[in-house]
Design a binder for this molecule. Structure first.
Ligand code: NAP
Length: 246
């Protein structure tokens, strides 16, 4: 029997990048997986079709994490469709960098709405539908622990908020037998941060291993946390960055 057989998972931002790899990996372990997307409708539908061909059940839901109402509605749709949510992966996130002086209140609102508020609201909405043994996993960033250049202050601030959130939620949900953890990737080859991008060479210079991670590295850790063997890990941030923050 696969380790996530009979489990229901919701992954935010599952149409591309790490989220897509997490969706596929959870499905491969037997979970029924719902995921949200915004812009990549075609990729989302293709993934549902591909997973169906290999015998897996998946559901794509259009839900912009910039709207807490849309995120909450997505959670409710999954709970209504499948009866519960065993695994929540708060993956959807945005990144932009620019000089601090150019930042506006609108920049702040967008970054915090997607990277922080959506995580909080999705998690709150999930609690009533998550049984004992449930797993909440959020994707933060190694930049919460080390910022090596300028321009990423707002992003780092948004991701560091998830550390306190994770610790508090682990205390809140521990008595219910639910674990809450934060995965903090370093440079990982996706559309957001291609390993041939403008800053890639400089970033590799900070990494003990000297190369980017790939989406499978992150999906593997998330799947481990979601599975039985991850059951005694809670309230912690797991940095997976090729030694960037070392
Ligand atoms: N790549 C890195 O080096 C790196 C390092 C540290 C942390 N992270 C974090 O890892 C997570 C995944 O990043 P990634 O590199 O896979 O990014 P990506 O390649 O840009 O993919 C982002 C995914 O999130 C979805 N998404 C974006 N904005 C959304 C919104 N407002 N509502 C719902 N979904 C949304 C996208 O869906 P659509 O295309 O459908 O809009 C896409 O599926 C993010 O939280 C990011 O901050 C990434």
């Amino acid at each position: 029997m696969k380790q996530l057989e009979n489990k229901v998972a919701l992954v935010t931002g599952g149409s591309r990048g790490m989220g897509a790899a997490i969706v596929k990996r959870l499905a491969a372990q037997g979970a029924t997986v719902a995921f949200t997307y915004v812009k990549s409708a075609e990729k989302a539908q293709q993934m549902v079709a591909d997973l169906a061909l290999s015998g897996h059940t998946a559901l794509a839901i259009e839900a912009d994490s910039a709207s807490h109402i849309a995120v909450t509605a997505a959670v409710e749709q999954v709970a209504t469709t499948y009866g519960r949510i065993d695994i929540l992966v708060n993956n959807a996130g945005i990144y932009f960098r620019k000089p601090l002086a150019d930042h506006s209140a609108a920049d702040y609102d967008l970054m915090m709405d997607v990277n922080v508020k959506a995580v909080f609201m999705a998690s709150l909405a999930t609690i009533p539908h998550m049984p004992t043994g449930g797993r909440m996993i959020s994707i933060g960033s190694n930049l919460a622990g080390r910022v090596v250049g300028t321009g990423a202050t707002l992003y780092a601030m948004s991701k560091s908020a998830l550390i306190g959130f994770t610790k508090g939620m682990a205390r809140e949900l521990g008595p219910k037998g639910i674990t809450v953890n934060l995965v903090q990737p370093g440079p990982t080859n996706t559309d957001m941060n291609p390993d041939s991008g403008e800053h890639a060479a400089a970033l590799k210079g900070f990494m003990a291993l000297g190369h980017y991670g790939n989406v499978e590295d992150i999906a593997g850790l998330v799947t481990f946390l979601a599975g039985k063997e991850g059951g005694f890990i809670t309230g912690t941030e797991l940095t997976i960055d090729g030694g960037f923050n070392t």
